[in-house]
Design a protein around this ligand. Structure first.
Ligand SMILES: Cc1cc2nc3c(=O)[nH]c(=O)nc-3n(C[C@H](O)[C@H](O)[C@H](O)COP(=O)(O)OP(=O)(O)OC[C@H]3O[C@@H](n4cnc5c(N)ncnc54)[C@H](O)[C@@H]3O)c2cc1C
Length: 339
């Protein structure tokens, strides 16, 4: 009989579990219900007292203390190992966050178990079938394993965050034997929120294509105006910024380019495959190597001057054949008015 552990951790504020952790809890509840297996939830945080409130009926285990306030390999690996051993789980689900992705393989090794990453769904009743994508999201594989414990790191956005009825169990505190700690976290250096344009939790993906930097109807390029329009839209909507390869490549060609775009923004066959409920492509032709990165975007729209662009040929739900400059300017104006 399987037993399931969901590993979770606090967000940067320390006062709540991350959204990806709550998604892993949903996956754990579904799997436990399907297998009729016991479920435990493990929490890693500086102070887990309030974090266990609102969690579903399950055995709750917590590793807490100042040493677990910040992500660090030695402490996080020791915490996850202690939670896995205390629960004696055969299946361990965890969010594929940078914090857990860093330690999960090491934890699996310490437990003589196995690990698979980028899991998008878990099915099966007699056996456990974990699904993930290969070859830039073109081939979907279903994995089964006999080895236990089996750790599965879940991709974010693949399950709804847990929001069900809370249970009443208090968390059991699990003691961790910490190794000598060589790494001291002195602070976090990160770009300001409005400089950080890749926002995996955003409701919308806003994609910019090379058209923003091309000569427009007046025979001139308008790159600084394009930058203002794009950043204005992002500021007001909180959308995540994606780009076609052609546009991000322009930086390397010494051409005039939008300075806030890097290859990390690139969506497509050789870029990212983000998950958002909605996507809006602007000044982008919608060629297949780009569009393949959109396979997990639910509602796709595009603004292009070209009525024969790839988006129009069945790839977008709605195509606005229009000049993106005045369209986005008008949208920004309406957003500023709050309408
Ligand atoms: C092996 C391989 C892998 C690749 N991987 C990727 C990938 O991962 N991601 C990716 O994006 N590409 C990838 N490509 C490149 C891809 O095939 C396309 O060349 C690229 O996506 C096209 O980018 P674009 O639409 O921005 O530019 P363009 O093809 O230049 O299109 C610009 C569009 O903007 C429109 N436009 C111009 N001005 C305006 C305006 N004012 N208003 C509205 N529309 C306007 C034009 O009508 C045109 O449709 C790959 C190619 C290969 C061969």
């Amino acid at each position: 009989m399987e037993s399931i552990l969901v590993l979770t951790h606090a967000d940067e504020s320390g006062s709540a579990l991350t959204k990806a952790s709550l998604e892993a809890i949903t996956a754990g509840l579904e799997l436990a219900a399907r297998l009729g297996a016991p479920l435990a939830i493990g929490i890693v945080a500086a102070d887990a007292t309030h974090l266990s409130n609102g969690l579903p009926s399950a055995r709750l285990l917590a590793v807490s203390g100042e040493a677990f306030a910040e992500p660090r390999y030695a402490t996080d690996a020791a915490a996850c190992e202690a939670l896995c051993r205390a629960s004696a789980a055969t299946i361990v689900l965890a969010p594929g966050s940078s914090r857990f992705a860093r330690v999960a393989a090491g934890v699996a090794h310490r437990l003589s178990g196995m690990i698979d990453t980028h899991i998008t769904s878990i099915g099966g009743t007699a056996t456990i079938e974990a699904t993930r994508w290969f070859y830039r999201q073109r081939v979907e594989a279903v994995l089964t394993r006999d080895a236990r414990p089996w750790l599965l790191l879940l991709d974010s956005g693949t399950h709804a965050p847990f929001a069900g009825a809370p249970g009443t169990a208090a968390a059991e505190e699990i003691k961790v034997d910490l190794p000598a700690i060589r790494t001291t976290v002195t602070g976090i250096r990160a770009p300001k929120q409005d400089e950080q344009t890749i926002r995996p939790d955003a409701k919308m993906l806003f994609v910019t294509g090379a058209g923003w930097t091309k000569k427009q109807q007046d025979g001139q390029t308008h790159v600084s105006e394009a930058a203002e329009l794009i950043l204005g839209f992002l500021r007001q909507t909180g959308a995540s910024l994606g780009s076609s390869k052609s546009l991000v490549d322009q930086g390397g060609e010494g051409n005039s380019v939008l300075p806030f775009l890097t290859h990390l923004n690139q969506v497509g066959q050789t870029g990212a495959t983000p998950r958002h409920p909605k996507g809006l492509a602007t000044c982008c032709h919608g060629e297949e190597p780009h569009v393949v990165g959109w396979r997990f975007i639910a509602d796709r729209r595009a603004i292009s001057l070209d009525p024969n662009c790839g988006w129009t040929r069945g790839k977008a739900d709605v195509v606005y054949v229009a000049d993106a400059f005045p369209v986005i300017a008008k949208v920004n104006e309406l957003l500023a008015k709050g309408s």
